[in-house]
Design a protein around this ligand. Structure first.
Ligand code: SF4
Ligand code: SF4
Length: 112
């Protein structure tokens, strides 16, 4: 589990473009979607998520193969690190990860 970063949580919470439902959504109704062509495997999303949705790990070969040419170059430079969402079912749509991501790689989508 990635330790939380209180300064990043505070900045994300105050961000005017923060989407979602302020953590009021029932779990399982929203989920973050990571654009792997943009994600650089930094940990900002994991540092702000109150429900430990994210795990930063090495990209699977299948996901790497699906990247654009530029995405493959970027991923190679970053050791193929990317954010997966093994606990997406726990997301409460706080929107913090969306505005915390420096690469604008995350969108929140309704799943139910
Ligand atoms: S989704 Fe954004 S914040 Fe999360 S690891 Fe990727 S680049 Fe970093
Ligand atoms: S919107 Fe969901 S995935 Fe993103 S930080 Fe909040 S609980 Fe975590």
């Amino acid at each position: 589990m990635t330790p939380k970063n209180p300064a990043k949580v505070k900045a994300a919470a105050a961000h005017p473009a923060r989407p979602g439902e302020q953590c009021q959504a029932p779990a399982g109704t929203w989920a973050p979607v990571v654009n792997r062509n943009r994600c650089e495997g930094k940990v900002d999303c994991a540092e702000v998520c109150p429900h430990d949705v994210f795990a930063i790990t090495r990209m699977t070969d299948a996901d790497f193969a699906a990247l654009s040419f530029v995405g493959k170059l970027k991923a190679t430079v970053h050791g193929r690190k990317t954010a997966y969402t093994p606990n997406a079912d726990a997301c409460r749509a706080c929107g913090l990860c969306v505005v915390a991501c420096p690469e604008k790689a995350i969108s929140l989508q309704r799943v139910a």
